[in-house]
Ligand binder design. Structure first.
Ligand SMILES: [Zn+2]
Length: 292
């Protein structure tokens, strides 16, 4: 079918073609995804900005420090916590080149992500840990704070993230779990229905910063991908790596299982950036193939 287009239409189309790149250049900061939801990982790119590799870039978003790296231009992988306040937020970015400071700060709207709600009625003892477990839980909580507070100051990951296990993922991230009518927790990871003994692999390259048995998490491996980003694999039946080891993307880190506080075998996989829990499904979907 041939569509008839009047002169005005041709002029309009011509204008649109000329105007698109000019508009893109005026936007110095690009966010991917463009629509930011609670739980979104966000790739921040500075484009059309005169910021050589020697520039100093400072970033902060909702109380979290953003560390930029220089690849093809300046980039950062940041994100919004699953339980973040919705509405407008201030993304602060300043570029300092030869003593001249340029402010690229902008407002970013945080949208609701519509995660699921699950209501459970359980015996009280299941929700509260037993008193004799409290010292262990406290010591482990301090250990985790130390581990998550000491991410490498360089990027250890490259390219896309890959699934840690070849089994059925669930859309369980962000699920609000109501126990006996009260909000008990927000599910901070993604569960994969994996039979005990299924190989679990590194979602990207990084350093093993925790590899041991914990009260809630069971046998747990935490990989530091640098610049505040970590992935966590929980409830493993076996750990095949040691703390301090460097892992390549796809390298075996252990076998899935049912250790820790679980009701059955599965892999709980979590993504954490600067204390924020991000949706692993959204990270897996994010196109990072150009980041090498
Ligand atoms: Zn889980």
């Amino acid at each position: 079918m041939v569509r008839r287009v009047g002169l005005a239409g041709i002029l309009f189309a011509g204008l649109a073609v000329i105007r698109t790149p000019a508009l893109a250049q005026t936007d110095a900061v690009t966010l991917t995804p463009a629509v930011v939801e609670a739980g979104s990982p966000v790739l921040i790119q500075l484009n059309g900005v005169d910021a050589p590799a020697t520039a100093t870039i400072d970033g902060e978003w909702m109380g979290r420090r953003i560390e930029f790296f220089h690849g093809r231009g300046w980039l950062a992988l940041a994100g919004v916590d699953v339980a973040s306040t919705l509405g407008p937020s201030t993304l602060k970015i300043t570029v300092k080149v030869n003593g001249v400071v340029k402010d690229l700060s902008r407002t970013v709207e945080i949208k609701e992500a519509h995660y699921r709600t699950e209501s459970l009625t359980v015996a009280e003892g299941f929700v509260e840990p037993k008193a004799d477990a409290l010292p262990r839980i406290k010591a482990e909580s301090e250990l985790k704070a130390r581990v998550f507070g000491a991410s490498a100051h360089e990027r250890l990951w490259e390219g896309d993230f890959r699934v840690p296990v070849l089994s059925t993922p669930t859309d369980s991230f962000g699920e609000r779990r109501m126990f006996n009518g009260k909000l008990a927790s927000i599910h901070q990871g993604m569960d994969f229905r994996a039979r005990t003994g299924t190989p679990v692999r590194a979602g990207n390259s990084g350093a093993v910063v925790l590899a041991r048995g914990l009260y809630y998490e069971g046998n747990c491996v935490v990989i530091d991908h640098g610049l505040g980003l970590f992935t966590l694999s929980m409830h493993l039946s076996r750990i095949s790596v040691h703390e301090g080891q460097h892992l390549a993307k796809g390298q075996l880190l252990g076998l899935s299982g049912a250790t820790g506080r679980v009701t059955g075998p599965h892999l709980h996989w979590a993504v954490r950036w600067e204390g924020a829990y991000l949706d692993p499904a959204k990270l897996l979907k994010l196109d990072l193939s150009g980041v090498r």
